[in-house]
Design a protein around this ligand. Structure first.
Ligand SMILES: *Cc1c(COP(=O)(O)O)cnc(C)c1O
Length: 425
């Protein structure tokens, strides 16, 4: 520890924080410390503005909003793909903002899972988000395969983390496709995407990543690493709003691969309105769009991406690492002997944007935190996820949140709640 965490240290960090000015751009709830930006990011004034502009265009232009709006709707998915590209380390044509995480996963598996001969299995892991597994199981069934034999899930040694050695060992010549998280949603572990991509390609396997918990929190170099495809949601760290449209990346070496799930919005823009029954797919990641974009769920991203590009993902990552370190150090110092365990990796290269705090009473400690104005989230069976967000959380917030948690533990405030999760945890 380079410093003893104290309120004074927190205030000093805030004073020299070059991203502190962005806090004023967000709608922060009064008397509340929001540590759930990895589940649903807060609304910014810029996102609100770009949404209201699109609403205004509908009001005044009707159908002409498609071509003549402030942010013309017809090219909005492409324009947002271009704005998002620096966040994932891709060229503008390799990214499209379209669909949702799960729909994009279906699209990408339908496109890139091409079982042949002995290569018929899909490799994933046992800690990943359930929706991804449901999607992979159903895709296997569509090909007539039994998910019990054809979906291989790499095991975790400790229930928290994955070991790259174990993943590489599972890359046999029966594997046709690999889908893994970039950052694990519970423990916050970052997988070594560069290494895994190389190992997969050395064995002739395609590999893609679910970047839901990494996009907007850490930098990526998808193009440079040669990652085949990736997909993510924009409502977590990227603050696009509830149900915001997701993102998809396809490496340019795959441009021209026919979309597995085709639809007219995947057409080349100049051909789309020819209205013929032979599709001319776009020669970019745009080919993997399906239908008409959800314009009102795209529009907030214009303002939000603008802010991310202005702040710079490198600066965001640097502050995020300092915030999570300050949080972990404060927890260890202040909550010592209270049966908490830090479940996320400690190394900067292995730690994503949130802290995974484990406790047997986690479900009801979360309820007590909420009653005290702290917003975490709970992940079964025993995890309190705490995400201090670089653009709007201060070091003082982090210090205060830990002090409130300490008070809850000392006074056993959680005992008045049942230790069960809420319907939406
Ligand atoms: C949030 C999240 C999802 C959610 O998928 P949607 O299709 O947006 O509901 C999927 N995967 C991971 C890893 C997530 O964190």
């Amino acid at each position: 520890m380079l410093f003893e965490p104290t309120l004074e240290v927190a205030l000093k960090f805030d004073e020299s924080d070059t991203l502190a000015k962005y806090r004023n751009e967000f709608y922060m709830r009064k008397d509340s410390i929001y540590l759930d930006g990895n589940s649903l990011g807060l609304l910014s004034k810029r996102a609100e503005k770009s949404l209201l502009e699109s609403l205004q265009d509908w009001k005044t232009l009707g159908i002409d909003g498609w071509m003549e709006g402030t942010h013309p709707w017809f090219n909005l998915s492409e324009k947002l793909g271009e704005m998002c590209a620096p966040l994932v380390g891709a060229s503008p044509e390799e990214v499209i903002v379209s669909g949702s995480t799960t729909v994009n996963l279906h699209q990408l598996v339908a496109t890139f899972y091409q079982p042949e001969g002995e290569r018929t299995k899909i490799l994933a892991d046992e800690l990943t988000f359930p929706s991804d597994i449901y999607a992979l199981q159903s895709q296997l069934k569509l090909h007539g395969f039994d998910p019990l034999t054809h979906l291989i899930q790499v095991k975790s040694r400790d229930g928290r983390l994955l070991d790259e050695e174990d993943i590489v060992a599972a890359m046999t010549d029966e594997i046709a496709l690999i889908v893994l998280p970039s950052v694990l949603y519970r423990s916050g572990q970052i997988l070594d995407m560069k290494r895994l991509t190389k190992e997969a390609h050395d064995r002739g396997i395609l590999i893609g990543f679910d970047a839901c918990h990494s996009v907007g929190a850490i930098p990526h170099r998808f193009s440079e690493w040669g990652v085949d495809f990736a997909f993510w949601c924009n409502y977590k760290h990227l603050n696009g709003g509830p149900g915001s449209v997701g993102g998809l990346y396809v490496n340019r070496k795959h441009f021209g691969t026919a979309p597995g799930l085709a639809g007219w919005f995947g057409s080349r823009k100049d051909k789309q309105f020819d209205m013929v029954h032979t599709m001319t797919a776009a020669d970019t990641a745009g080919a993997y769009q399906i239908g008409t974009p959800h314009v009102l769920s795209l529009a907030p991203l214009i303002g939000s991406f603008e802010m991310f590009n202005e702040a710079g993902i490198g600066n965001i990552r640097e502050k995020s690492l300092r915030l999570t370190k300050f949080l972990v150090d404060s927890i260890e110092q202040e909550l010592n002997g209270m049966d908490f365990n830090i479940g996320n990796p400690r190394d900067d290269e292995r730690r994503g944007g949130h802290v995974s705090l484990e406790h047997e009473e986690a479900a009801r400690i979360c309820k007590a935190l909420k009653e005290n104005g702290i917003v975490p989230d709970f992940r079964a069976p025993n995890i309190i996820r705490l995400a201090p967000v670089a653009l709007y959380t201060s070091f003082e917030d982090v210090w205060n949140a830990v002090q409130i948690l300490k008070k809850i533990m000392v006074e056993k405030q959680y005992e008045k709640f049942s230790n069960e999760r809420e319907v939406v945890a």
